[in-house]
Write a protein that binds this ligand. Structure first.
Ligand code: GH3
Ligand code: MG
Ligand code: MG
Length: 208
C-alpha cells in the first residue's frame, strides 16, 4: 500500500516536471524569433511572418506592404557617440516601429544590424508611402543626436517601400528585392527619404 502511494507521489512529481519542461521548451521556441536587443521579431521571425502574410494575401486578395528602413550613416553615429549610444538608438527606433503596428498581422522586425522592417497587411501602394513618410518624420522628430551625419543633425532613416496585391505568384524574394531596390534608391537620392518600388511577377515599375 505504502509502495503504491509512493509511486503515485512520484508520478505526480514527474507530471509537474513534464509540464515545466513543456513550458520551458515553448518559451525557448518563442525566443528563437526574438531579437535580444530590441525585443522585436528577428530576421527568422520576419521571414516566417512574410511567408504567412503572403499566403493570406493570396487567399484574401488583400494587398500587403513592406517597408525596409535603414538608419542613415549609423556607423558615424557609433563612431561619434559610442556603441552603447548606438544600441540605445536601435532600442528607441524599435519602440517607435512597434507603435506603427496597429492592426492584427502588422509586424515590426529587426531585419539586420541597423535595418528594420515593417510588414503591413491590407496596405497598398499609396498608403505604404504615406505610412513610410509618417515613420520617417517620427524618427527625425525624436531628435536623437547624430553629430557626424552627412547633412543632418539628428538620426534619420531611409525607407524602401513596396506592396503586392494578393496573388500566389508572389514570393518573399519578390517583396524583399523590391523594397531593397527602393531603399537603395532612397540612399542614392540623398538619404532621409522614402522611395517606392512596385513588384509584380511580370516586371517592375518605379515611382519617384
Ligand atoms: P548608410 O546611410 O549608407 O546606411 O550608412 P551606415 O553607416 O548606416 O551603413 P554601414 O553599413 O556602413 O554601417 C552600419 C553600421 O551599423 C555599422 C555597425 O557598427 C552598426 N551596427 C550594426 N548593428 C549594430 C548594433 O547592434 N549596435 C550598434 N551600436 N551598432 C550596430
Ligand atoms: Mg544597412
Ligand atoms: Mg545604415
Amino acid at each position: 500500500m505504502q509502495r503504491i502511494a509512493s509511486l503515485e507521489e512520484r508520478n505526480r512529481e514527474l507530471e509537474t516536471l513534464a509540464e515545466h519542461l513543456k513550458s520551458n521548451v515553448e518559451e525557448l521556441a518563442a525566443l528563437v524569433y526574438v531579437d535580444a536587443l530590441t525585443g522585436l521579431v528577428n530576421r527568422r521571425g520576419f521571414d516566417a511572418a512574410v511567408e504567412s502574410e503572403l499566403r493570406r494575401a493570396a487567399r484574401t486578395g488583400y494587398p500587403l506592404a513592406l517597408l525596409l528602413c535603414d538608419i542613415d550613416c549609423f556607423k558615424h553615429c557609433n563612431d561619434t557617440h559610442g556603441h552603447s549610444h548606438g544600441d540605445s538608438v536601435l532600442v528607441r527606433l524599435a519602440a517607435l516601429l512597434k507603435d506603427f503596428c496597429k492592426r492584427e498581422g502588422d509586424c515590426a522586425a529587426r531585419y539586420g544590424g541597423e535595418e528594420f522592417a515593417l510588414l503591413l497587411p491590407g496596405v497598398a501602394c499609396k498608403d505604404s508611402v504615406r505610412i513610410a513618410e509618417q515613420l520617417r518624420k517620427s524618427v527625425a522628430a525624436l531628435s536623437i543626436a547624430h553629430a557626424h551625419s552627412q547633412s543632418y543633425a539628428q538620426v534619420t532613416i531611409s525607407i524602401g517601400a513596396t506592396s503586392v496585391h494578393g496573388s500566389p505568384l508572389f514570393l518573399r524574394r519578390h517583396l524583399v528585392e523590391a523594397a531593397d531596390a527602393a531603399l537603395y534608391r532612397a540612399k542614392r537620392a540623398g538619404r532621409n527619404r522614402t522611395k517606392y518600388q512596385a513588384v509584380s511577377s511580370t516586371g517592375r515599375r518605379d515611382r519617384d
